[in-house]
Design a binder for this molecule. Structure first.
Ligand code: ZN
Ligand code: ZN
Length: 441
């Protein structure tokens, strides 16, 4: 009974809140709907049909720049190679940065859409198909939609809006390139940075967020294991890197299971193991390619130093001399974990809930990477927040689940987002967050 009563009261309260919210939201929602019909849908289809790979987003950036300039933004192109920055100053107040990524993937589109990509990019004598399979086209379109609402509502806010069209998210290098090219020196330093990602595993129009750590540190490690070559018939004359490499792979399995606290997150996956040329030759080198995932810097350090320690220890046990110890190369550029700032998250989620009610929910963190994180990892200490917008109709999800599979989603050649729902929701969410962050005192 107590539960019933509480539930009833909760419903009554949220109905009131929704009614209040709807009264003020209707004009924004209606304006976005009209903009979608008049402009955004065709813009989205244009971006979708003309995808470009990482650091090649020249036509894409030119079109995005043209759209934002037409709205009155001060646009600078060529930031971080193919990135762009659009600034709208609107008096005193804080600075908010909104970011959309622009790159597509080397995938042959198989959606059968009228506006499907047929783009082929020349690649070393051959050709690579290109497709917006991660829905970055919806991100750019929503950025333009948000930019327009913020111009039309400039009487309701005060401060500076910085819009970023970022290249090369899929290769994890775009935000780094823009920061190194002076994003926080040549343009106003933001007091917060917000972004969203369209998500194909989630029902159209639903919104999800993860408080604090949402996505992982991604490290890419190459381990070069040395050996001493010999005839396969005389193993006593060599040091076999295939056996040593196998021992290292097995020993690495204890890093997460025996060295991390059960409450810490870590992944060490050996994705590739290459060695040797022929049945009867003991080779003199093996090469492991490893991906390492973590959330905290402490766990990251523990896993990376652990890989090096284990590789060396196993090589010593195999009796290899000092000059034949394994060499580990951790790629200098890694994707840092996405940490949603608690205060900014709480504030933004409150705004989203006011607009979308029960369609907003908390999600579990994942161990994928997202280079939006890097905007929060500079000496400027910018708080960042990223949320997810669902883009697959419920009946498509149900049909897939009934067949025992998941629906086509991000990075699938069959994935196309439910743009008509996802883009207006994203524009409304981003605009609402921006209007709140930049609201007049
Ligand atoms: Zn992607
Ligand atoms: Zn993506």
């Amino acid at each position: 009974m107590k539960t019933m009563k509480t539930l009833g009261l909760g419903l009554a309260l949220s109905c009131l809140a929704l009614n209040a919210a709807h009264a003020q939201d209707d004009s924004l929602r209606t304006a976005i709907r009209a903009d979608y019909q008049a402009n955004l849908e065709s813009l989205y289809q244009h971006f979708h049909a003309h995808p470009e790979l990482a650091f090649e987003e020249r036509e894409t950036a030119a079109r995005l720049a043209q759209e934002l300039r037409a709205l009155g933004y001060d646009v600078t192109e060529g930031v971080g190679r193919t990135g762009l920055v659009a600034v709208l100053g609107n008096g005193e107040g804080p600075t908010l940065m909104l970011r959309a990524d622009m790159d597509a993937l080397p995938i042959r589109e198989q959606t059968g859409l009228d506006y499907a990509s047929t783009v082929m990019r020349a690649s070393g004598g051959g050709e690579l198909p290109v497709m917006h399979a991660c829905a970055h086209d919806t991100h750019m379109t929503a950025l333009v939609g948000t930019a327009r609402q913020m111009v039309e509502r400039r009487g309701e806010w005060s401060g500076t809006l910085v819009l970023v069209g970022q290249p090369a998210e899929e290769v994890g290098l775009g935000s780094d390139a823009m920061l190194k090219d002076g994003l926080y020196e040549r343009f106003p330093v933001p007091d917060a940075a917000v972004s969203f990602h369209t998500w194909g595993y989630l029902k159209s129009g639903e919104i999800r967020y993860v408080p604090e750590y949402a996505m992982a540190n991604v490290d890419t490690v190459d381990l070069y294991i040395k050996g001493i070559g010999a005839h396969g018939a005389s193993p006593q004359l060599g040091k076999d890197p295939v056996v040593l490499g196998s021992q290292i792979v097995l020993a690495l399995q204890t890093l997460v299971s025996r060295e991390l606290s059960p409450f810490d997150v870590g992944v060490v996956t050996v994705g590739a193991f290459n060695a040797g040329t022929k049945h009867n030759i003991i080779s003199d080198e093996a090469h492991l390619q490893i991906t390492v995932r973590s959330y905290t810097d402490a766990v990251r350090e523990k896993l990376l130093s652990g890989i090096e320690r284990i590789a060396r220890g196993q090589a010593e046990a195999a009796g290899l001399p000092e000059d034949l110890m394994p060499v580990m190369e951790a790629k200098e550029v890694y994707t840092p974990a996405l940490y949603n700032d608690p205060e900014l998250t709480q504030r933004s989620v409150a705004v989203l809930r006011e607009r979308f009610g029960a369609r907003v929910g908390e999600a579990d963190p994942v161990t994928g990477g997202e280079d939006f994180a890097r905007y929060g990892r500079t000496t400027e200490d910018v708080p960042v927040f990223m949320f997810w917008v669902g883009a697959t109709p419920q009946d498509t999800i149900d049909a897939a689940l009934a067949e025992g599979r998941t629906p086509p989603a991000n990075h699938s050649p069959f994935f196309y987002p439910d743009a008509e729902v996802a883009i207006p929701v994203a524009v409304e969410g981003m605009t609402a967050i921006a209007l709140d962050f930049l609201k007049k005192d």
